[in-house]
Design a protein around this ligand. Structure first.
Ligand SMILES: *[C@@H]1O[C@H](CO)[C@@H](O)[C@H](O)[C@H]1NC(C)=O
Ligand SMILES: *[C@@H]1O[C@H](CO)[C@@H](O)[C@H](O)[C@H]1NC(C)=O
Length: 784
């Protein structure tokens, strides 16, 4: 029996499905979603301390130095739940009053957020905090198991942001701090600064930095094995308002810039300013998108030979609509280098009244090339440092720091793409698989507290799994990788978690282990376990198939135990079957023939089957399985088998329990759903009224949906109550939480056990937001 709700429900489901197939050609869905409880995390948080936003790995000391609001911790790198030491660093009352007086929030902005943590040498670390909008820095030591601030109270302007919410970046190279942040309280003076003997900084010009958001910087040792005696370079990543497009008033673009480490500024022009500051647009082209994606984080993949180095970067969409999506693009250092070393420059030309247009510069270039580091060729012509550069050269670069060419990603397109989710941070691990090859595994933090573990096999995007790291959906604000311990550390406003890069024991069968295509894991044929590579023992027979996902060497699966169930005539019977894969389809068979999901006698959910109004004809064998598609091949797995039989009249009651096997989880529902006690008229009436109301709302919503669809601004996230970024975009088997739009697709809903006769349908999205946000449709059995 179908409730009137089901008609719009199915239609909505179909529409969603169509929308997905159109919009998500490029999209990627994780194979599995690991909920918080199963993620095996080590957690650190301290009562009353918030905003764990900076980390420094001290693998030499076995420590993770953690910066939070008004506190610094030294955590055991192997188990961060254990804090070895703590140093408090609070704002003085005077500074706090000053800050409050200037209009900042006393409990939010007028505190000391530790934002900078660097290692200076083996004994000394450098730390800066926002200090109630008055940044200061200090030296920090770890001696005799104690963290100690040295009380230097160094000026932090230009080294650390004033605003705790503002992005910035800094590194220490050869003892000098390079920082990209702002110089003033208002945040209107962006700067790229080197705090060395002679302080060097960027020019205050919008052609240099135009309301930038600084993301990342790192050094590439390009002087190494350089035949031209080239210099080391500091690469910076940021987004800013474009100066070169006059079509849009404010268009944000992503940039990579670089400076030479030995830059000393100019003699007259560009005195104490960078003479080697060059920047270029960073492209991460997503098909079908007009507005460029905006950079959010970068990870530097280093090799012994820097020429192989890469920068992995995450980008999110910028658009007025709330249809968020994210991508990962990778860039080779040599490609970036090539644009700066050989590319054309852009130059401003005045058009009409005081308006500038940026076009490619086609005139003659001064020698040496503007912005180039000092190399052998320059030295040969008597230029030994940037102080010797001719004025004409410096003027050129002062006015034209922007390259005409943009930097294109390796392979020309994103390595990973997801709709409906905002990526916030990433790290990339390099691991050697069974085939002897190194694979780069991306760990991408999201704004709802998940990490996506993904690889790209020859252009094919594959998200091995996503793991929920925080119980409540909150953005991951810092993500670090320790290659020594193979652990990942993620921080958020509320705490820090530690997780291993792989937990192969989660793959329970050979098929599961191999089809996961996880480069860290292989199936051990002798012990029948999914084991982490490299395997401790040498002579083991392992199965792994990363690019092909070929499980042909797997032994035949262990047969699934048959569970007996009693059939009570006229009752609704529920057979649980929990699928573990997001992408796989669940299918049921009855006496060897596939069950027709459109038969109204059955409802198939992601975690079970309901047979309505059981009759003698329903007795027999039911089997539940999944079909997983891997590279155009389909793999079947049986998850559960039930034998439904009509109990003999004697011992009718007890038979219900007969045959319940040990494998069943204790939460499994009783097999037979007892008929409900007769409902009172009024309850029935009110339930009926609710249902009719829901039906009306559904029809209205459907109409709205169709209208939106026809207007061409259909976005899946409009259905959801939450911010779209918190939602999975393509979760074919889960539903956004929604109290008012009852578009339950049959296979999309999950089924919860209940002792009552009513049928409760829960959208199966618990894995996404930790808390149980499910809505319940209580449908009285008598109406079914
Ligand atoms: C600090 O944490 C609090 C509490 O979760 C949060 O509301 C606030 O936005 C965080 N502040 C920053 C600067 O991240
Ligand atoms: C249940 O099935 C029987 C026949 O098998 C039918 O007579 C009866 O009307 C059904 N009950 C409901 C509530 O549909």
């Amino acid at each position: 029996m179908s409730s009137p709700l089901l008609i719009p429900d199915v239609l909505c489901g179909l529409l969603l499905f169509c929308a997905f197939t159109v919009l998500c050609a490029l999209d990627c869905t994780p194979r599995k979603s690991v909920p918080y409880e199963s993620s095996h995390l080590k957690v650190f948080r301290e009562e009353g301390i918030w905003n764990y936003s900076s980390m420094l790995m001290r693998e030499d000391l076995g420590l993770l130095i953690l910066g939070a609001r008004e506190a610094i911790y030294a955590l055991d790198i192997n188990n961060i739940s254990f804090a070895k030491a703590k140093a408090s660093w609070q704002v003085t009352q005077e500074k706090r009053n000053e800050c409050t007086y200037k209009g900042k929030h006393p409990d939010i902005e007028c505190r000391n957020y530790i934002r900078t943590l660097h290692q200076i040498n083996s004994n000394v670390m450098y730390v800066c905090g926002t200090n109630a909008f008055n940044p200061i820095c200090d030296d920090l030591t770890y001696v005799d198991g104690k963290l100690k601030l040295q009380g230097k109270q160094e000026e932090g302007k230009g080294k650390c942001p004033f605003d705790p919410f503002q992005r910035y970046s800094s590194i220490v190279v050869d003892g000098d701090l390079y920082s990209a942040t702002v110089l003033n309280f208002l945040g209107s003076e962006p700067v790229i600064l080197r705090s060395s003997q002679t302080v060097l900084r960027s020019e205050f010009k919008s052609s240099w930095l135009n309301e930038p958001t600084f993301i990342y910087m790192d050094v590439v040792p390009e002087s190494m094995d350089s035949p031209e005696n080239d210099d080391d370079k500091i690469y910076m990543f940021f987004s800013e308002n474009a100066v070169e497009f006059d079509f849009y008033s404010k268009l944000v673009v992503s940039r990579v810039a670089r400076i030479c480490k030995s830059d000393r500024g100019g003699l007259r022009t560009l005195q104490r300013k960078w003479t080697s500051f060059l920047k270029a647009t960073l492209d991460c082209p997503v098909p079908g998108n007009i507005l460029p994606y905006v950079i959010q984080d970068v990870y530097h993949v280093r090799y012994d030979n820097w020429r192989e180095n890469m920068f992995y970067a995450i980008f999110t969409s910028q658009s007025a609509s709330n249809d968020v999506s994210s991508a990962v693009c990778a860039y080779s250092v040599l490609d970036i280098n090539g644009v700066f070393a050989h590319g054309k420059y852009k130059t401003p030309v005045p058009v009409e009244a005081s308006h500038m247009k940026w076009v490619m510069y086609t005139g003659d270039l001064p020698v040496p090339r503007p912005g180039a580091c000092i190399n052998n060729a320059a030295r040969a012509s008597g230029i030994n440092s940037s102080l010797d550069l001719p004025d004409k050269n410096l003027q050129f670069i002062r006015d034209r720091p922007l390259m005409d060419d943009s930097v294109k990603p390796l392979t020309g397109k994103p390595l990973l793409f997801r709709r409906g989710i905002s990526f916030t941070r990433l790290v990339v691990d390099r691991t050697f698989a069974l085939d002897g090859q190194a694979y780069l595994v991306m760990f991408v933090g999201t704004d709802n507290g998940f990490v996506q573990k993904a690889v790209n096999y020859n252009g094919e995007m594959h998200i091995i799994e996503e793991l929920q790291l925080f119980r409540s959906p909150e953005p991951i604000t810092v993500l670090r990788l320790s290659t020594n311990t193979s652990q990942l550390y993620a921080g958020s406003a509320s705490g820090v978690v530690q997780m291993p890069v792989a937990d192969c024991s989660r793959y329970s069968s050979c098929l599961d282990c191999v089809l996961a295509r996880d480069p860290y894991c292989a199936w051990d044929l002798s012990t029948q376990h999914c084991t982490t590579l490299p395997s401790p023992s040498k002579d083991v027979d392992l199965v792994q198939s990363l690019k092909e996902g070929n499980p042909s060497r797997c032994p035949d699966p262990v047969p699934v135990k048959v569970m007996n169930r009693s059939l009570v005539l006229g009752n609704n019977i529920k057979l649980p079957c929990q699928k573990d894969l997001i992408l796989a389809k669940v299918n049921w068979s009855f006496t060897g023939k596939p069950l027709n999901p459109s038969n109204r006698k059955y409802s198939i959910y992601s975690d079970g089957l309901i047979i309505y109004n059981a009759s003698a004809a329903d007795a027999g064998r039911y089997a539940c399985g999944t079909v997983e598609q891997v590279l155009s091949k389909q793999y079947h797995r049986t998850l559960a088998i039930y034998e439904l039989h009509i109990p003999s009249l004697v011992n009718d009651k007890d038979n219900t329990e007969v045959g319940m096997s040990k494998e069943e989880s204790p939460t499994t529902a009783p097999t037979v759903v007892e008929p409900s006690p007769p409902q009172s008229r009024s309850t029935m009436n009110s339930l009926m009224a609710i249902e009719i109301a829901l039906a009306v709302v559904s029809v209205l919503l459907l109409a709205l949906l169709l209208w939106n669809f026809s207007k061409g601004h259909l976005s899946l996230h409009r259905f959801s109550r939450q911010k779209p970024s918190k939602q999975p975009s393509k979760q074919p088997r889960s539903l956004p939480p929604n109290d008012s739009a009852p578009y339950l697709r049959q296979e999309d809903t999950s089924l919860e056990s209940t002792e009552r006769a009513g049928l409760f349908l829960y959208p199966n999205n618990n894995h996404r937001n930790g808390t149980d946000r499910s809505l319940k449709y209580a449908m009285d059995e008598s109406e079914i």
